[in-house]
Design a protein around this ligand. Structure first.
Ligand code: ACO
Length: 322
């Protein structure tokens, strides 16, 4: 039987940060509102580095942590909603930048759940024995899609990337992954690609931005996070108390607090870094896992769960023994 495990993780954030007070120059907002409603204090915003650049830096760190050569990687999956080009994908450009030839590389789009979707695909491909080592990345420059005139959304998002190498193992470390979606509620959170329009209309129409029904997304997130985690635990014969730690998608600290309350789990078992980064979409989960490992919240042999939700609407969770 082929099993899988995490071999290494890495993250990269662009250097430039924007505080809550800095946002006052664009919109009518304040630090107190943003922090009490979301837990965010600042976000990293790229000043020139593209999604590929962020993905590349995070990947180099994950490859180093895994103690492997880039040439050992036989599949790359990048989860992103902000690829540099419509095509080729970030994964293809990343493959070239890492100097790896002739391997499968592709992007997926499942918004903030994308990294766990990528993990599920890679996990199954390795367990099928067709592949041996996967580089999976969540990377975003959401600042490109942000409407800096809309205080309902612009305060929430940030740029960043997280990467992970997973590979074959004799022991079953990556135990289970759940993914799901609900396309009939997609308009709660969306950003349109350019409409199919006449050339004349295209000449005058601006690029679309992120639109969100915050209250409904909040309700969806607080309902779905405990639901998918409970399902994950139940189908693997575990109790919530068996978990050493939970790494949730960082969209709002109040969403994480509500999920912890409903799951009856202490907040000191929930990772929080949204104060530093805001919501980095597909990058949020791998950045948080990398930090939680680095800070010793997740130790070798610990059982942890990770959970995400996002546009689509999508959700995902994974149960992993590190
Ligand atoms: N600064 C000051 N005031 C603001 C701001 C701001 N940045 N934004 C909104 N307000 C005002 C509103 O206009 C409103 O004023 P009004 O009552 O006069 O109309 C008031 O604050 C309250 O606004 P609400 O929308 O009711 O605030 P709420 O408590 O619901 O918090 C929030 C809004 C933070 C967006 C919350 O609903 C939320 O976090 N939702 C989930 C969002 C989320 O997780 N999105 C990411 C999904 S993942 C992905 O795929 C990207």
């Amino acid at each position: 039987m082929t099993y899988t495990k995490i071999l290494g993780t890495g993250r990269y954030l662009p250097e430039n940060t924007i505080s809550n007070n800095d946002l006052k120059q664009f919109v009518d907002t304040n630090d107190e509102w943003i922090f009490t409603r979301t837990g965010i204090k600042q976000r990293h915003i790229s000043t020139g580095e593209t999604t590929l650049d962020l993905a590349y830096q995070a990947s180099l760190k994950a490859i180093k942590a895994a103690n492997i050569k880039a040439s050992e990687i036989d599949i790359i999956i990048v989860a992103t909603v902000t690829s540099d080009y419509a095509f080729p994908g970030v994964a293809n450009l990343l493959q070239a930048k890492l100097g790896i030839s002739n391997i499968m590389a592709f992007d997926i789009n499942a918004a903030c759940s994308g990294f766990l979707y990528a993990m599920q695909i890679a996990d199954k491909m390795i367990k099928s024995k067709a592949y041996h080592k996967a580089l999976i990345v969540g990377a975003e420059t959401l600042s490109r899609l942000t409407d800096w005139r809309d205080r309902n959304t612009c305060v929430l998002f940030g740029d960043g990337a997280g990467a992970m190498i997973i590979g074959t193992s004799n022991y079953n470390h990556i135990k289970d992954i759940i993914t799901g979606s609900k396309g009939d509620e997609e308009m709660l959170l969306y950003c349109k690609n350019p409409d199919l329009k006449s050339i004349e209309e295209n000449l005058v129409s601006p690029q679309d931005h992120i639109h969100m029904n915050g209250k409904e997304v909040f309700k969806f997130a607080t309902r779905m996070m405990p639901k998918t985690l409970n399902e994950l635990l139940e189908r693997n014969n575990h109790e919530i108390s068996d978990l050493n730690y939970i790494v949730a998608h960082q969209a709002n600290s109040r969403i994480i607090q509500k999920a912890a309350k409903d799951l009856n789990i202490d907040m000191d078992k929930m990772y929080i870094n949204i104060d530093q980064y805001g919501n980095t979409s597909a990058a949020s989960v791998p950045i948080a896992i990398d930090e939680a490992i680095e800070k010793g919240y997740i130790k070798k042999g610990n059982l942890f769960a990770t959970v995400a939700f996002g546009g689509g609407l999508t959700w995902a969770s994974a149960l992993i023994e590190y």
